[in-house]
Design a protein around this ligand. Structure first.
Ligand code: HEM
Ligand SMILES: *[C@@H]1O[C@H](CO)[C@@H](O)[C@H](O)[C@H]1NC(C)=O
Ligand SMILES: *[C@@H]1O[C@H](CO)[C@@H](O)[C@H](O)[C@H]1NC(C)=O
Length: 348
């Protein structure tokens, strides 16, 4: 059943799309074949989002009509000052949604009664942007006190991050409540490590009802932001078979085999502050930074999607938006199952 129409702010017709795809792609017959299959896919899946009917873009239309401008305005200043902040906020949203759903659990500090998610392997010394979320929340509370959840603020801020860095934009379904608890063990069990192989990545995303194709499109988020040496050291020193040799050598200069754990490298070396399909082009030339990036293009099941996204920024943007909507819809809390936190770091 189609409960929610694709809430894109652009509505391409199928023929427009086919036109765009074939224009974007090289003219090899394999590519044309793939483009046809893709268009067929779009028709088959165009009603298949199972977006939760309880979330709606107009949720705050009466209680906080200016919400989206406040979030966008604060994000816009922050990203202008430091573009990487857009990447950090997008990642926060991913790490929120993958651990017990998009419920702002990621934002909670540890308390005597539970250990939160901030010290999980994937999060500690790594996640950024908490202060910016606090600032947005403060600005929102100033105008609409006690009305807007931290989970929704994060969903909007993540969307704005992508569009402020030149990526696509979309309409965000709203109405999530905030969790009263966070879980360190759930964070460790659900967040993928950079050492993951393709099988592990696909099955981890499948537990969130995200397909392998969703996973590959979402990994395109690594077109922005930075990674620490400790997350890619093993790859640049030990995976000669699926890494570009010059790329590996260049990365070694700022990531010694011993020490320098926190030295940073851009996930997309060519346009690290621009949300585009550069990430997939890197993979095709064996210049994925993380092991978990390059496994998407290493002779396995995701190679065709990587090629398609690498050729067409348009198709990538469309699949990315679709997958972000699905990810943003993971187990939202409603009604008495959650609360509207006053401060994003603490339960009320
Ligand atoms: C597919 C499995 C994924 C793995 C294994 C993974 C792993 C990582 C790692 C290890 C880093 C570097 C962190 C650090 O060194 O501090 C990183 C950064 C990042 N990830 Fe992922 N990630 C995955 C998927 C995603 C998804 C689905 C998104 C968003 C939709 C995302 C968005 C980002 C962003 C934007 C950054 C840069 C953050 C910044 O510069 O602050 N990642 N990821
Ligand atoms: C992938 O990684 C998992 C967990 O580390 C491991 O159990 C599995 O054997 C690996 N699969 C392949 C195909 O390498
Ligand atoms: C995935 O889909 C199944 C079947 O519809 C549902 O029971 C489950 O709650 C979903 N899981 C998530 C994380 O949305």
């Amino acid at each position: 059943m189609c409960i929610y129409r694709h809430p894109f702010n652009y509505y391409p017709t199928i023929s427009m799309l086919q036109d765009r795809i074939t224009k974007d792609m090289s003219s090899s017959s394999a590519s044309r074949y793939l483009a046809k299959i893709y268009v067929f896919w779009l028709i088959l899946t165009s009603c298949n989002n199972s977006i939760n009917a309880q979330l709606t873009p107009t949720f705050y239309a009466k209680t906080c009509p200016n919400l989206q401008n406040i979030v966008r305005g604060t994000m816009s200043k922050a990203v202008a000052k430091e573009p990487r902040m857009g990447a950090s906020i997008l990642r926060l949203f991913f790490h929120d949604c993958f651990v017990n759903g998009c419920d702002a659990s990621i934002l909670l500090n540890d308390t005597p009664s539970f250990k939160g998610e901030k010290t999980a392997f994937a999060n500690q010394n790594s996640l950024r942007g908490f202060k910016l979320i606090d600032t947005i929340k403060r600005n929102v509370e100033g105008v609409c006190k006690g009305k807007v959840s931290c989970a929704d603020i994060l969903a909007l801020a993540a969307r704005d991050s992508v569009s402020l860095l030149g990526g696509p934009t979309w309409t965000v379904p709203l109405g999530r409540k905030d969790a009263r608890i966070a879980s360190l063990s759930a964070a460790n069990a659900n967040l993928p490590p950079p050492t993951a192989n393709l099988t592990t990545l696909i099955s981890l995303f499948a537990t969130k009802n995200l397909t392998a194709r969703d996973m590959t499109a979402l990994s395109g988020a690594h077109t922005i932001g930075m990674a620490r040496c400790t997350t890619f050291r093993f790859r640049i020193y030990n995976e000669p078979n699926n890494i570009n040799a010059n790329f590996a050598t260049t990365k070694m200069s700022n990531c010694p085999s011993l020490g320098g754990d926190n030295n940073l490298a851009p996930l997309d070396m060519s346009t690290p502050n621009h949300f585009d399909n550069g990430y997939f082009k890197n993979l095709m030339s064996k210049q994925g930074l993380l092991h978990s990036d390059q496994v998407l293009f290493n002779g396995g099941s995701q190679d065709p999607w990587v090629r398609l996204y690498g050729r067409s920024n348009y198709v990538f943007a469309k699949d990315f938006v679709n997958a972000m909507l699905k990810m943003g819809n993971i187990s939202p809390l409603f009604g008495s199952l959650g609360e509207i936190r006053r401060h994003c770091r603490f339960v009320n």
